[in-house]
Structures are given as structure tokens and as C-alpha cells.
Design a protein around this ligand. Structure first.
Ligand SMILES: [Zn+2]
Ligand SMILES: [Zn+2]
Length: 387
């Protein structure tokens, strides 16, 4: 790699071209070649070692939004999806001394433009110049795998503000989960910051909900109650720190919350289910003045009992992604082994087997939760590791 001011190291040789998956028509991924990108000011080049698959990747690949490429749908634009990745720094852009070559890092998704009012407030996931990063409207905004190329390839450039150092005690697979824990942490930051001894319901034991229970417990919440429909996921939640779990197929969740809180209800609900009646149920689980954080997408518009929210002074927050450097704070909990995020990693595939890995994630084959793909492993057509 030869570009003015870019530093490299012969221990980490960088090819001109790399293998990369690109999105064709909806649902179609093509394994092809791309040029290795060059880091600019305040950027590094990351050699991608491992990438976790997220439900949002499946949505992007099959439906398009929330990806926004060149102002529109991401199809047939030579776009590489994938956003939950980690790797090794192999080149430093001009002036970068915050990271060193050879350092392991995991990556936040959003680098805001850095110049709009929200970025100035630290709300870079709500950047007002979202997706304005092409042609003659280049505001420098990046959201890996959403508005710019992501991680289903071998190398990617990243803004230094999106990087989180990965400790040697953490495996590559676990490091891909830092951003998921960071999303849960951001939700708990946005509702005002959980204070030890406050009570929390987490609804929906998907990856964010499971790690939401873990982060809430690590922050000192008491009790942490996890609700869901699948016993195996709820059992995982217990291992991650939930004090109580409620299978809503077997017990009315509102009755259960009352029973577990002496009839009072909880202080916070972290809503990670996206279920049609989730907002109304969350409101009924809270005590007066309680707060709801919405972290899941509902499929269709939903009816909400607004009068109940107003009468009971209930606060409602929506979060976008993993803002306010919450990812860094989540990594601190993981490095201290306050919870074992690795519990939710279920399968590893070679990067070359990405379509099969996506199928495992989509169809939840073999109880798949977090499926990871790795570079540098031979194609085999089946999982290389399954828990
Ligand atoms: Zn994700
Ligand atoms: Zn901005």
C-alpha cells in the first residue's frame, strides 16, 4: 500500500486486491474481488478476522433498509454488507498515532460526519448527514455495512473513533459481540443511566436482549427479569445474569412482574422483542414514572395507549445503534469477565461459506444465535464449530 502519509509494516503485507462479498439483487450475494481501500486522515485499515451475523444483515440483504447506498436501495451497487466485525490494524492513515499496527480491535458501526449538531453532541448514530458520503455530497459519514462497505471481505477502513481495543484474554468471536453488548449499554445510558438497585425487565431474549440482561446486571440492577418465549434462550439469560425469567407462553408476564416486584412494577423496560403489543405491555410492567427503551424494530405500525403513558408519566426512548461510546464501556465489562458474552456465540463458518452461515442465522438451524464467519479458513460448506 503506497499512499502519502500512510504507515504500513512488512510484518503485515497488504495485497492490492481482496476477496469480498457484494450484494446483487435482493437475497443474492456474489463472492468477487475488490481493491483494498486506503485509510485517510483519522482512519486505519483493519484486516478483518471475524464477523458476527446480525438480524439486521439479513434484513439488508433481503429487503434493503436500513442500508442506504448512494441515497437509495443497496442492490447491484457493488456494496459489501456486514457490520459486527473485529480484526487487526494493518495500516495507519496520515497522522494516526492512536493505534498501532498489529493491534487487535473491534469496531463500532457508526462514524458520524463529526460536523453536524448531533455529532457535536456525541450522538453520532443520529448524524444529520447520514448516508451523505458519495459523489459531490461527501460529508464523510460512515456506517459500516449500512451506508458504506462493511465487513464481509478481507480489509476495511475505519475511523479511529469507532475502534475499541481488544484484550488478549478475549477471543475473536467474543470480540465480535462487543458491539451487541454496546447497543444494550447505549439503551441503558439513554434512559438516564441505570443506578444500582433499580429494577429492569428485558423483553425478548435475542442477542441484544440477552446481553441487555447481562449489562443491566453488571450495572447493578436488581432484580433483572427477562421475558421471552423460548426456554433455552431464557436459560442462557440466567447464565448471563437475569435473576428471574418468565416464559410468556406459560405465564402472563404482567402477573409475573407483579409477583416478582411485590405488586409495584419495575423502573425500566428494555424492549428487545419488537412484538406488536410490546409497548403497551412494557408500560403496564412499569411503576409510575418509569422508562421504556425501545431497541427492536416492530414489523408493522402499532397502536399505543398514549393516555396510559401520559397519566402515568411514562418516558419512552428510541435508540439507534450503539452510540455515546457505549461499546467501549461494554468491552470494559467483558474484559473484567462480568459476564460471558461468548455464551451466545453458537456457530463459526469460513467467510467463503457466508451464504450457509446466513442460512443458519436466518432459520435458527441447530438453535443458532450468533453465527460468526472467519477469514483464513477453508471452505467446507458446514460449520467449523458448533456449540
Ligand atoms: Zn447488528
Ligand atoms: Zn454528523
Amino acid at each position: 500500500m503506497q499512499a502519502a502519509g500512510v504507515k504500513t509494516d512488512s510484518k503485515f503485507p497488504i495485497p492490492e486486491k481482496m476477496k469480498a462479498w457484494v450484494l446483487g439483487k435482493p437475497g443474492e450475494l456474489i463472492y468477487t474481488q475488490k481493491s483494498v481501500p486506503t485509510p485517510k486522515k483519522a482512519e486505519v485499515l483493519v484486516r478483518i478476522d471475524a464477523v458476527a451475523i446480525c438480524a439486521t444483515d439479513l434484513q439488508v440483504i433481503h429487503e434493503g433498509p436500513p442500508a442506504l447506498i448512494e441515497g437509495g436501495a443497496p442492490f447491484n451497487k457493488n456494496f459489501t454488507p456486514g457490520h459486527e466485525y473485529m480484526g487487526t490494524v494493518v495500516a495507519l492513515g496520515p497522522g494516526v498515532d492512536e493505534y498501532r499496527i498489529g493491534e487487535r480491535v473491534t469496531v463500532e458501526i457508526h462514524a458520524g460526519c463529526g460536523q453536524c449538531v448531533r455529532c457535536r453532541q456525541g450522538m453520532y448514530t443520529s448524524c444529520h448527514n447520514y448516508g451523505l458520503n458519495y459523489g459531490n455530497v461527501d460529508k464523510g459519514h460512515r456506517a459500516n455495512g449500512f451506508t458504506t462497505d462493511g465487513g464481509f471481505c478481507e480489509y476495511q477502513v475505519n475511523n479511529i473513533n469507532t475502534l475499541v481495543h481488544v484484550d488478549d484474554s478475549m477471543s475473536d468471536e467474543e470480540a465480535t459481540l462487543v458491539v451487541t453488548a454496546g447497543t444494550a449499554m447505549y439503551g441503558l445510558t439513554e434512559i438516564g443511566g441505570l443506578i444500582a438497585g433499580e429494577s429492569v425487565v428485558v423483553s425478548g431474549p435475542g442477542p441484544i436482549g440477552l446481553l441487555g440482561a447481562a449489562v443491566a446486571k453488571a450495572l447493578g440492577a436488581q432484580p433483572v427479569i427477562l421475558t421471552g418465549t423460548r426456554d433455552n434462550r431464557l436459560e442462557m439469560g440466567k447464565k448471563l445474569g437475569a435473576d428471574h425469567v418468565v416464559n410468556v407462553r406459560h405465564e402472563d408476564p404482567l402477573e409475573a412482574i407483579k409477583r416478582l416486584t411485590d405488586g409495584k412494577g419495575v423502573d425500566y423496560v428494555l424492549e428487545c422483542s419488537g412484538a406488536p403489543n410490546a409497548v403497551n405491555e412494557a408500560a403496564l410492567m412499569l411503576n409510575r414514572g418509569g422508562k421504556i427503551c425501545l431497541a427492536a424494530f416492530s414489523h408493522d405500525p402499532v397502536a399505543v395507549d398514549v393516555s396510559y403513558l401520559v397519566r402515568n408519566n411514562i418516558y419512552m426512548y428510541g435508540i439507534r445503534g450503539e452510540g455515546k461510546s457505549a461499546t467501549r464501556r461494554a468491552e470494559a465489562f467483558m474484559r473484567q469477565k462480568r459476564f460471558d458474552a461468548g455464551i451466545i456465540h453458537t456457530h463459526t463458518f469460513s467467510m467463503e461459506d457466508l451464504p450457509e452461515a446466513l442460512r443458519y442465522a436466518r432459520e435458527r438451524i441447530d438453535d443458532a444465535i450468533k453465527v460468526v464467519v472467519r477469514n483464513g479458513l477453508p471452505k467446507s460448506g458446514k460449520p467449523l464449530l458448533a456449540k
